[in-house]
Ligand binder design. Sequence first.
Ligand SMILES: Cc1cc2nc3c(=O)[nH]c(=O)nc-3n(C[C@H](O)[C@H](O)[C@H](O)COP(=O)(O)O)c2cc1C
Length: 187
Amino acid sequence: MKSFQPKPWVAPQPVLIIGTYDANGNANAMNAAWGGQWDANEIVISMGSHATTENLDNCGDFTVAFATADTMVAADYVGIVSAKKEPNKMAKTGWTVSRAEHVNAPVFGNFPMTIECRIEQKLDVSETGYYIVAEIVNILVDERYIGEDGLPDIAKMNLISFDPVHHTYIKLGETIGNAFSVGKQLK
Ligand SMILES: Cc1cc2nc3c(=O)[nH]c(=O)nc-3n(C[C@H](O)[C@H](O)[C@H](O)COP(=O)(O)O)c2cc1C
């Protein structure tokens, strides 16, 4: 085994697209890899100091979409360009925007699955940002990605993962086993 100094190398990481409205009702999006499930109905996101952060200070509602191979270029773009510097940021993505059903935040129609969220807690608030703990209020799934069992078919979504070591995006592959089940053969 080769040892490395501490690094943010938890892998695989998600590619989360955080959607918010600014004070004038304009949609914005940013990319976040440092986030995940917090509790059964809650998520956590490590939020730096961005235009998105200002939007969340005005209104604690937001959406989280999961980036795909098709949305990768624009998903990366919204992670390297700030609405603070590029007012035309969202137009460049080409994403369609509509208002979420249950929260005051934009839904980008180009993603198979989007979570509607509302901030419950901000932890360790400082000038550099905070950790968001947010309630999952609703989950929207494009009908094309609903499987025969009536549930979202994650394997069909072409989701991408962030590789924190080489800073690349990896397309997720095929389903190879049933969780809480395949291990039973070793019982
Ligand atoms: C792959 C990737 C992952 C990122 N992860 C995070 C993150 O977890 N938290 C964060 O605050 N910013 C993260 N960023 C940076 C923001 O997406 C970036 O600063 C963005 O331009 C902010 O946009 P805004 O100022 O319009 O809100 C990430 C960027 C990329 C490209």
